[in-house]
Design a protein around this ligand. Structure first.
Ligand code: MEV
Length: 340
């Protein structure tokens, strides 16, 4: 096989981010922006990451060593409860080598590979760019070397990569990028990853994304911030988000968009109380609410996109534009990882 190209979508939380880390359910949609990864056999490991403005070439052994080092640092972090060393090690474009090395190690591949990344999920947007990349990368390398991985296996390795980037993530992001569609996700032993296609067979419309700014903190840091809140303060809010997710499932099934809006606005209120919102997100949410819609920050927050809903989409778009923000109208519940 000469070259394999794969792609995986980003994701957007309709509801449940942060609470999902504590075992509450989340509803997550695969979003119609994709990360494309091409893989070709080579005698070294080389990577070209267009959007990161990054190119590098290293011997296979060195890249596998980088993957092992990330794994050791994560294990240390897991013992001490402080993942800052693995976060620092994986920062920025170094994650290219960490991820490729980890996949080669996991699949027992001792050959080189040339990787080309075309990332169309905006970085730092709360739309799961790292999860989409990881899933597409694993699929590309495994297909190139004839490893017949199931989606569950792709997802298992992707979760490992997400751990290096985010410490102890829920696994919701990579699961949605891998399986696609609209996913009911709950962390557990094992995780619940359920397609909501039968319950909610219709197309989700009138949702628009508004990008605020690049988060100053990483997902791992924002998750840690919530963890550092006093449990007596945090827990009732996490539980409220969990209840809202259960209600959201029923509201979507019943096509009760009045209730959907109420729940989106409630989710934003709780996320703000968990101190992960920022003034730029708050402002957009308040304005959308004022015109009779609903809006909430997405992913880890700290910036990134706001998910906005209004029955009158044109009015919503006009409101978002009034902030000088160009709205993104991406499809929701799209196909998961695939070979192109
Ligand atoms: C990040 O996209 C979503 C969080 O809930 C973290 C996670 O689920 O691992 C904040």
């Amino acid at each position: 096989m000469d070259m394999v190209t794969t792609s995986a979508p980003g994701k957007v939380h309709l509801i449940g981010e942060h609470a999902v880390v504590y075992g509450e359910p989340a509803i997550i949609a695969a979003v119609g922006m994709r990360c494309f990864v091409s893989a070709e056999k080579s005698d070294k490991v080389s990577v070209v990451f267009k959007q990161g403005g990054y190119e590098n070439e290293l011997p296979v052994e060195e890249v596998r060593g980088i993957g092992n080092k990330a794994s050791d640092l994560w294990e240390d972090g897991n013992k001490s409860g402080d993942f800052s060393n693995v976060f620092d090690f994986c920062k920025g474009n170094k994650f290219c080598e960490v991820s490729i090395g980890t996949v080669l190690n996991d699949l027992g591949i001792n050959e080189g590979v040339s990787i080309n990344i075309d990332q169309n999920v905006p970085l730092g947007s709360g739309l799961g760019s790292s999860a989409a990349y990881s899933v597409a990368l694993i699929k590309a390398i495994s297909e190139l070397f004839g490893k017949n991985l199931s989606l569950e296996e792709v997802n298992r390795i992707a979760y490992r990569l997400e751990q290096f980037k985010h410490g102890k993530p829920s696994g919701g992001d990579n699961s949605t990028c891998c399986f696609g569609g609209l996913v009911w996700f709950q962390k557990g032993n094992p995780n619940t990853i359920k397609s909501m296609k039968e319950e909610i067979p219709y197309k989700l419309e009138n949702f628009v994304l508004a990008y605020t700014k690049k988060p100053e903190k990483t997902t791992g840091e924002l998750v840690q911030m919530v963890m550092n809140l006093e449990p007596e303060y945090r827990e009732p809010r996490i539980k409220a988000l969990g209840r809202a997710t259960l209600e959201m499932r029923e509201a979507l099934k019943a096509k009760d968009f009045g209730k959907v809006k109420e729940l989106i606005n409630l989710a934003q209120e709780k996320l703000a109380e968990l101190k992960v919102s920022i003034p730029e997100i708050d402002k957009v949410c308040e304005k959308v609410k004022e015109i009779g819609g609903a809006a909430k920050g997405c992913g880890a927050l700290g910036g990134g996109v706001v998910l906005c809903y209004h029955e009158d989409k044109e009015k919503l778009i006009g409101t978002i534009k009034s902030f000088g923000i160009e709205p993104w109208e991406a499809d929701l519940a799209v196909e998961g990882v695939r070979k192109e």
